[in-house]
Design a protein around this ligand. Sequence first.
Ligand SMILES: Cc1cc2nc3c(=O)[nH]c(=O)nc-3n(C[C@H](O)[C@H](O)[C@H](O)COP(=O)(O)OP(=O)(O)OC[C@H]3O[C@@H](n4cnc5c(N)ncnc54)[C@H](O)[C@@H]3O)c2cc1C
Ligand code: SF4
Length: 522
Amino acid sequence: MKHRPYLTQIDQNIERPDPQAHTKAVFILHDQLNLSAWPKWVQKEKPLLIFIESEAKGKSRPYHKKKLIYVLSSMRHFASECSKQGFPVFYHSTVDHYDKALEKILEEHTGLNLIYMTPSEWNTRRRLSQLKNKFEDRCSEIRNNFFLADVNEYKENITKGYRMEFFYREIRKKTGYLMHENEPEGGEWNYDEQNRKKLTAKIDLPEIKKFEPDEITREVTDLVEKNFSDHFGSTKDFGLAVTRKQAQILLDEFIEKRLDQFGPYEDAMSVRGDTLFHSGLSVYLNNGLLLPQEICDKAQLAYENGKARLNSVEGLIRQIIGWREFVRIYYEAMMPEVRNANHFNSRNSLPEIYWTGDTNMNCMSECLRPVIQNGYSHHIQRLMVLSNFSNLTETDPAQLNEWFWLAYTDAYEWVVLPNVLGMSTYADGGVLASKPYIAGGNYINKMSDYCKECSYSIKEKTGENACPFNYLYWNFIDQNRDTMSSNGRSNFMVNMYDKKPDEEKKEIRESSIRFIENIKRM
Ligand SMILES: Cc1cc2nc3c(=O)[nH]c(=O)nc-3n(C[C@H](O)[C@H](O)[C@H](O)COP(=O)(O)OP(=O)(O)OC[C@H]3O[C@@H](n4cnc5c(N)ncnc54)[C@H](O)[C@@H]3O)c2cc1C
Ligand code: SF4
């Protein structure tokens, strides 16, 4: 067989089958890597499995280099495991998009019928549905089984004020997690009141296991260095799990060493660590190496065995069966029009620091560093620092969305878009969230240790030395008072602003204009 550059390991591990010898083929996308989520007949009949690496998809935006390594390496490992289990595996690489490669395969092998699972991302779904239309009799689509909730059951409710909390209660009842008959464990649905502790120096942070890259990962790293050299981030020190077994080791480590403290420190931020007590598992959930049920099952068991407190386990289960499922339903309900949503009509380009991390604002630099290095930061850093700053500096939400999508290893449009355009920027005008997520320096100071080491003064409210979040926050409230007044909690802040002396209001406005005008943008 012809030597295929950067596919040596695949070609050594997998015997290349002749598609002509098969009548049934299953196309597995890079985020569908778990056979338990595929129909039982797939395991039983062992049809031809087709995997495709698409350079066009990889280059559709400058994805973080570590994301590319992760996606390609875990797909290659999964394909090799399927081959070891006796599946005939056709592993293909193309400069084009998936549908074009599949079209060619179907044209060349006229006896082949193709089955694929509904892609979770819109653009891929459209491409494959065009292919299905072209090969009507030979191409069929099956339901995406990587999520718990049925989209069609809830989709219609999204634009009618259906909030995550209602959805969560229904899913809790349906799945039975932390339920006693129809009542929630401990009597409450939500224990977030107990989940807002600041991390003190006394609290030890557990280490998180990293995996040494094997031959497959090393070959993929060379490929990324060669073909994607101008992409975001670096390939250095890649240590993610790339197989299901490795991801399960990380799940067990989280349950054993961090779950108990997950709840209390869920909103904390610190220069001492990037993941703190978070799971770091989204990257594995989002391509199927782990399934949502297994994380929730293990978390519930830890609670039942007295190894993790209720507010931690409930908090984690809510994120997974609540938020994660809810944003996916929101995506299905709101696409594609939501891509252009911009409630506040913010038109500034993304600040350059999102690419360089080079800033004197310690909170921004501490939240950008792990993203540039590893394509990860935890939820509160994403929401209350990185998105907050973008909102307050009147940045176009579509540009922020694009950045989150390319910069994070766990980002796929179905999850990043609702979180950015729905939750963090309020671009959809309140369909997902009841009020904009904005905060001043006081919040960041309360929840982190960032301000101690910052060049700006958290105590000063306006002027050159003042923490920019302090005045930008009040400026945003004033400039967007119509929206802010429409919600009881944020209306309170409008009233507080109105009570400020005129001189202070003038300084807030002047400091904000100066700061926003001087930002270097992309
Ligand atoms: C602006 C912004 C952008 C985001 N972009 C993404 C993204 O591209 N991909 C992504 O998976 N999550 C995204 N999130 C949600 C959340 O921040 C991440 O899921 C979480 O930080 C991942 O880290 P973790 O695994 O350590 O999470 P943990 O804190 O350990 O939470 C456990 C799990 O719950 C799920 N989860 C928690 N919150 C959410 C949420 N709001 N939406 C969906 N799932 C959630 C994740 O699967 C996560 O692994 C975003 C949030 C914001 C505010
Ligand atoms: S002082 Fe302001 S800019 Fe500096 S770390 Fe604190 S919140 Fe961030």
